[in-house]
Design a protein around this ligand. Structure first.
Ligand code: XIL
Length: 279
């Protein structure tokens, strides 16, 4: 039923380069092979993120020069390894705080915003055909975070940095989808000539789950898919795990769960029909 696969963890920095200059592509290679054997495209997730970083990166004593070289080596090696086999890469993941300021992390504190251009240019050189994305959450609502993302894209374009898409993660709480805000924000990005995608859709429910909750969840999934369909330049919807069996939600948001279109027995939930109706 899917047209594309995305690894939840196996292409992240801690999985791919656990020690400096030691690369391990086993998990990533498995999912790419599965995609190719079953006729699906791949989203690569992700290259530069503050989370799931190995300690050697987080706690290294870097100068701007040495950290630039670390980023370039990581991005070049990973993107080259998969060159020609990845439709789009989340090159930069979650660069902003919700108030629109840049997130303090090892990359920003050493290199300021220049780390973003460094990673994007390196990725582009390694696979010129791959679409390069910046991905973040809470871009689904109007406010300072989407404003900051629009400014960042404008600055990158003005500087000639390769950037082709913005990912709207879309980790929603039940009943909190605003289709009008989502559409407005997507169109602010596509107006700049970039594509957009819903990259990590799930709709978490406060436990215990009722039948009414599942109907609301169906409506929420439908309206997200409808919104993407209504925006020319919204190229796809990725769900963040298809089954509640493997979803990250219950461990990350205690008291919440049941966020996916399939339940833990791999039976379809009403959300599944919501997705189908939204296209
Ligand atoms: C999550 C994975 O699903 C979990 O298995 C892992 O323990 C933590 O990361 N935003 C992102 C994703 O961009 O990479 C995160 O994935 C969820 C939030």
């Amino acid at each position: 039923m899917f047209g594309q696969l995305t690894p939840a963890n196996s292409m992240k920095w801690d999985a791919i380069e656990p020690e400096q200059n030691v690369f391990s592509f086993t998990g990533g290679d498995q999912i790419v092979a599965l995609a190719e054997a079953t006729g699906k495209i791949m989203r690569g997730h992700n290259l530069v993120w503050y989370n799931q970083l190995p300690n050697w990166v987080t706690y290294g004593s870097w100068t701007p020069e040495t950290l630039t070289s670390v980023i370039e080596t990581h991005v070049r090696t990973e993107v080259s390894h998969y060159a020609g086999r990845i439709y789009a890469w989340d090159v930069i993941n979650e660069p902003f705080n919700d108030n629109g300021t840049m997130r303090a992390n090892v990359f920003y504190s050493t290199l300021n915003t220049s780390y973003i251009g460094i990673a994007l240019r390196t990725a582009h050189a390694a696979d010129p055909k791959a679409k390069l994305y910046i991905n973040d959450y809470n871009l689904e609502y109007t406010g300072p975070k989407i404003d900051a993302m629009v400014r960042l894209v404008e600055d990158l374009l003005a500087a000639g940095v390769p950037i082709h898409g913005i990912g709207f993660e879309s980790h929603f709480i039940l009943g909190e989808v605003s289709p009008s805000q989502l559409q407005t924000n997507m169109e602010r990005i596509t107006a700049l000539g970039l594509e957009v995608a819903v990259t990590e859709l799930d709709v978490r429910i406060e436990l215990p789950v009722t039948d009414a909750d599942l109907e609301q969840q169906k409506a929420d999934y439908m309206s997200v898919v409808q919104t993407c369909s209504a925006v020319s330049g919204c190229v796809g919807v990725t769900v963040w795990d298809y089954t509640d069996k493997y979803s990250w939600i219950s461990s990350t948001f205690p008291g919440y769960g049941a966020a996916c279109p399939w339940d833990a027995n791999l039976d379809r939930k009403p959300a599944y029909d919501g997705i189908a109706m939204g296209f």
